[in-house]
Design a protein around this ligand. Structure first.
Ligand code: KG4
Ligand code: ZN
Length: 443
C-alpha cells in the first residue's frame, strides 16, 4: 500500500539481519563511519553507520514502560535512565558493528530540540567521547533527522513535503536540502501523540487488558478497530483557519467533556473503564486523522499552486511516532492518491526515536561537509525554547502570511478544495448524524 519499494525495505532488513559479507566488510573499511547518539526524549539510542547508509550496529533502550506507569515523562527520571543506559547502549552498538573507536570518522548527536535534562546526558557523553578519541563532532537537529530518515532507505530527491507527527511535534515543511526547510505549518498548542496519550490516560486505558503495556496512541489505535466513531461527534479543529497549522488541545477538551458526561450517565468514578472506550477511541482517532489529513492536503495544494514540488515524483514523507498509526496512514494515502503525490512512510521502527536516524543525519552532513566541528567548546544543547518552534534553525524560513493567503485552497485548479477525507472515507449510513459528520469535516 505504501510507496516504499519492497526491495529497499527488504534490503534494509537483510542488511541488518545478516553478518557482514566480505563485500560489505570491504565497504565498511573503505567508507567513512559515523556513530549516532540520541537522547532527546525517552529513548537512549546509538548506531554505527557507514557512508552508504548501511547500519553496522545499533542499540536502543526505551523508557516508555517506566513513563507509562507514572502517567507521563518526569524529566529527572528520564535523565537518570539515560545516564544509567547510555554507556551500555553505545558500547553495544559499537560491539555489534565490529568497528573500533579509532575507525570512526565522526560522532553525531542530537542537541535540539528536546528535554534539557535528556539532551544534556547525550551531549556530555558525546563530548567526552570525541575528546578522548579525537573525533569531529556533528550536532544534530532531531526534527531534521526525522525528516531525512527516509533517504537512508531509498533515494528521495529534494524538494519533498514532509509531515512530522509525534508525541512532541506536529509540523509540515518543505525539505529543500539537508539543512534547508521551509516551515509551512506547526501545532499551535499540543502534538497529536500527546493528545492521544492524554485521552488514553483520562480513559485509564492502562487498566484495559489489551493496552497495559503500550503507548496511548497505540492503545487508541487498537481499541478504535472495534469502535464506532459515529457514536461521538467531535468538531474538527481550526475549521475557519485556512492555513497549514495544527491544533489539538480543543479537540482533547471536547473528548474530555464527553468522557465526563459518560461517567455521569453510567454513574462511575473517574478512573473506571467506560463501556464505550472503543467508540471514544475511534472518534478521537478519526478526528485527529482528519485534522492531520486536511492540513496536509492544504499544504500539498499550496506547494502545487506555488510550484514548489517537482513535477516528476512529487513526494510526501510522513514520520514520527504517530506516523505508525495505520488509520492515519490510510487517510493520508487517500490524500496523496487524490493529489498525485507519492506517500513514503518509513517502517514504524524508523518513525520513532532511535540512534539510526541520528547516524544517518550525520552521514548526510559528512557527505556535504556541513556542520562538522573539530572544536566543541562552544557546543551546547538547546531544549525547545519557544513552545511552537519545531524547526528553529537559521536556515528555516517560516512561510509568510502573504505566501499562504487566507483563502488559499478554496480555488485550486478551477475546483473547490475537496475534503478528500470525507469523500473517500464516508461514515456508515446512519442517517442525519452520519451526514453531519461528513459536513463537519469541511472548512
Ligand atoms: O516519535 P516518538 O517515539 O517520540 C516523540 O514523541 O518524539 O512518538 C511517540 C508518540 C507517543 O505520543 C505515542 O502515543 C505516539 O507517538 N504513537 C502513536 C502510535 N504509536 C505511537 N500514535 C498513534 N498511533 C500509533 N500507533
Ligand atoms: Zn522524535
Amino acid at each position: 500500500m505504501f510507496a516504499f519499494k519492497a526491495s529497499a525495505q527488504q534490503g534494509t532488513h537483510m542488511f541488518r539481519a545478516k553478518i557482514l559479507s566480505k563485500c560489505a566488510f570491504r565497504r565498511k573499511m573503505s567508507s567513512r563511519l559515523v556513530l549516532g547518539i540520541e537522547t532527546s526524549c525517552d529513548e537512549t539510542g546509538a548506531a554505527v553507520m557507514d557512508e552508504t547508509g548501511l547500519i553496522l550496529g545499533e542499540s536502543l533502550h526505551s523508557q516508555k514502560e517506566v513513563h507509562l506507569k507514572t502517567g507521563g515523562i518526569i524529566p529527572t527520571v528520564a535523565q537518570r535512565l539515560h545516564r544509567e543506559n547510555i554507556g551500555r547502549i553505545v558500547q553495544e552498538a559499537m560491539e555489534r558493528s565490529g568497528v573500533t573507536q579509532s575507525q570512526l570518522s565522526a560522532v553525531a548527536t542530537t542537541v535540539k530540540p528536546g528535554l534539557a535534562l535528556s539532551l544534556g546526558i547525550g551531549l556530555d557523553f558525546s563530548l567526552n567521547f570525541v575528546k578522548l578519541h579525537q573525533k569531529p563532532f556533528i550536532p544534530i537537529h532531531h526534527m531534521e533527522a526525522h525528516a531525512l530518515t527516509v533517504r537512508m532507505l531509498q533515494p528521495v530527491v529534494f524538494p519533498f513535503l514532509v509531515l512530522l507527527v509525534s508525541g512532541g511535534h506536529s509540523l509540515l515543511a518543505l525539505a529543500r536540502g539537508i539543512d534547508d526547510f521551509l516551515l509551512l505549518g506547526q501545532t499551535l498548542d499540543e502534538a497529536p501523540g500527546d493528545t492521544m496519550d492524554k485521552v488514553a490516560r483520562r480513559l485509564s486505558l492502562i487498566k484495559h487488558p489489551k493496552c497495559s503495556m503500550i503507548s496511548g496512541g497505540q492503545a487508541i489505535e487498537i481499541l478504535a478497530r472495534d469502535g464506532n466513531r459515529l457514536k461521538f461527534l467531535f468538531k474538527p479543529p481550526m475549521g475557519a483557519h485556512y492555513d497549514c497549522n495544527f491544533s489539538f488541545a480543543g479537540l482533547r477538551n471536547q473528548v474530555t467533556m464527553s468522557i465526563q458526561k459518560k461517567e455521569e450517565e453510567e454513574g462511575v468514578e473517574q478512573g473506571t473503564l467506560l463501556s464505550c472506550v472503543n467508540d471514544i477511541a475511534a472518534a478521537t482517532q478519526h478526528a485527529v486523522a482528519s485534522h492531520i489529513a486536511k492540513r496536509t492536503h492544504r499544504a500539498i495544494l499550496f506547494c502545487k499552486a506555488k510550484d514548489l514540488l517537482p513535477s516528476c515524483n512529487p513526494t510526501l514523507v510522513v514520520s514520527g511516532g504517530v506516523a505508525s498509526n495505520q488509520y492515519i496512514r490510510k487517510i493520508l494515502k487517500i490524500v496523496t492518491d487524490t493529489t498525485g503525490l507519492h506517500l513514503l512512510c518509513p517502517p514504524s521502527k524508523f518513525c520513532t526515536d532511535n540512534g539510526v536516524m541520528i547516524a544517518w543525519n550525520g552521514v548526510e552532513r559528512l557527505r556535504e561537509g556541513k556542520g562538522i566541528l573539530s572544536h566543541t567548546e562552544e557546543v551546547n544543547y538547546e531544549p525547545k525554547q519557544r513552545t511552537h518552534e519545531d524547526l528553529p534553525d537559521r536556515q528555516v524560513r517560516q512561510a509568510q502570511r502573504d505566501e499562504v493567503p487566507e483563502d488559499f485552497g478554496v480555488e485550486v485548479e478551477g475546483g473547490q478544495l475537496h475534503d478528500v477525507v470525507a469523500l473517500a472515507v464516508p461514515p456508515p449510513p446512519v442517517g442525519s448524524r452520519g451526514q453531519h459528520v461528513v459536513q463537519g469535516l469541511h472548512g
